[in-house]
Design a protein around this ligand. Structure first.
Ligand code: SDX
Length: 431
């Protein structure tokens, strides 16, 4: 709960209005303008919410200037090194690191919800084989409310809990099956003897023809990627989930909305766009041409994987991802990967360039993730689905927090109307 110890005064047309100033545990203060329209008959205007806090939250905190990311107060680099994804899921959902017993119980509950309703396979088969896996995921997750009626009543805490576990447990299966379907291979069922990341890689790369052992170092790298992407305050897709949830929509519909938003290349789609950009650049000698394009106001090209609305320093996730990329490519004996060479050189050149330094544009989480996923054997079309698998726990944790927040009502922004003023209809013969 924020403290409110002082007020801010707004003076408009000679009249003063007082608004409470909320002081958070850490981060910028906010003045509460909830009563502004009622008292002063004016709106605030902040179209991309650059200066707008939409809620109080206890889940994740980002300090963009320091390049710090905390999940329930724990720094992301410590969690990436010392924890693992399902423990991070527990932390994000329930607020504290679990005891050994709590963790075992949570992992068992998730493990036993990884299977999909068998009839959902028909749903996958309704898509064209060349459908982007994100299109399949949006459709299948949205359809889950038609298969899991007993966890759609958001007013029932027990159904909210079941929906949360089901979403976290089933997203790897949905993503893996979307991948298998797109390459014409049979679905591989989840296995209860495998940990979360290993199970996902097994469902993606095993076939019924032979036994398939997941390399534990690749599983560890995948688990770390999932931890790094788990939550990130009120980003576009999380805000979408919260807004959809504020209408009382069922959790599966809200997560489907989040997946759809994440797909955009300015957001979660940037990892696919970034690797495709690095491949298009191809060799380090072509980097200056692309740097020039990124700086050219008349060229819509942007360096994908660079820049961030909040981070005006290194994205701490990018640092961990770079270490993981070096580790995975070293393990696979492809440390001379040309894409990694272009990425490393591009990062060096950009960070020495005044344009990027002045605008505080640094590599973000998407800059190196694609290199690892590519090295693991994933097509670029699977990069954002893997982001969605990871972010589902963040979306669910934020959705649960929103529902439990007594301050939250249906989200309904207003607007500045700049269209035609009132006018009467003109018959077609008189136009
Ligand atoms: C994610 O919000 C989150 O937390 C998201 C995320 C999460 O975990 O949920 O962190 C995940 O989405 C990471 C971001 C992935 N997207 C990309 O890598 C796409 C490339 N990046 C840009 O499109 C951009 O940096 C954004 C979208 C990430 C942020 O955009 P902003 O905050 O609206 O910044 P902006 O577009 O206003 O840019 C500010 C200036 C502009 O120049 P001016 O108009 O001021 O002259 O910087 C320039 C931009 O042209 N700029 C870039 C650039 N990013 C910004 N120029 C070249 N290349 C870039 N990548």
């Amino acid at each position: 709960m924020t403290k409110t110890q002082r007020t801010a005064t707004l003076t408009l047309d000679g009249k003063s209005y007082e608004f409470p100033v909320h002081t958070p545990v850490v981060g910028p203060e906010a003045f509460d303008i909830g009563k502004l329209y009622a008292e002063a008959d004016v709106f605030t205007f902040d179209p991309s919410f650059t200066s707008t806090a939409s809620c109080e939250s206890t889940i994740t905190y980002i300090d963009g200037d320091k390049g710090e990311l905390l999940y329930r107060g724990y720094p992301i680099d410590q969690l990436a090194e010392k924890s693992h994804f399902l423990e991070v899921c527990y932390l994000l959902l329930y607020g504290e690191l679990p005891t050994a017993t709590e963790l075992e119980d949570f992992e068992n509950r998730v493990t036993r919800h990884t299977m999909l309703h068998e009839q959902m396979q028909n749903f996958f088969r309704g898509f064209r084989r060349d459908a982007h896996p994100m299109a399949t995921m949006v459709g299948v997750v949205g359809a889950m409310s038609a298969f899991y009626h007993d966890s759609t009543d958001i007013g029932d805490p027990w159904q909210r809990e079941v929906a949360a576990i089901r979403m976290i447990a089933k997203m790897p299966t949905i993503a893996a099956w979307a991948f298998k379907y797109s390459i014409g291979q049979p679905f591989i069922y989840p296995r209860n003897d495998l940990d979360y990341a290993t199970n996902f890689l097994h469902m993606c790369f095993a076939t019924p023809c032979e036994s398939y052992e997941v390399d534990p170092i690749l599983a560890r790298a995948m688990d770390r990627i999932m931890t790094l992407h788990a939550d990130h305050e009120q980003n576009a897709s999380t805000s979408t989930v919260r807004l959809a949830g504020s209408s009382g929509a069922n959790p599966f519909a809200c997560i489907a909305a989040g997946i759809a938003c994440l797909w955009g290349p300015a957001h979660g789609g940037a990892n696919q766009a970034c690797l495709e950009m690095l491949r298009e650049i191809g060799t380090p000698d072509r980097i200056p041409e692309y740097i020039a394009r990124a700086k050219d106001k008349d060229d819509p090209f942007r360096l994908m994987g660079f820049g961030h609305r909040v981070y005006k320093n290194f994205d701490p996730r990018a640092k961990v991802m770079k270490q993981s990329a070096d580790e995975v490519l070293g393990l696979l004996g492809i440390e001379n990967n040309p894409t990694l060479q272009v990425a490393t050189e591009l990062e060096r050149i950009a960070l020495e360039d005044d344009y990027f330094r002045d605008k505080k544009l640094y590599p973000n989480v998407d800059f190196y993730s694609g290199i690892i996923l590519d090295a693991m054997g994933f097509p670029t079309s699977m990069f954002t689905p893997i982001f969605a698998v990871s972010r589902t726990v963040g979306w669910i944790a934020q959705w649960k927090e929103m529902i439990a927040d007594p301050k939250q009502r249906i989200g309904r922004p207003r607007q500045l109307y700049i269209g035609a003023p009132h006018r009467d209809y003109v018959e077609v013969e008189n136009r």
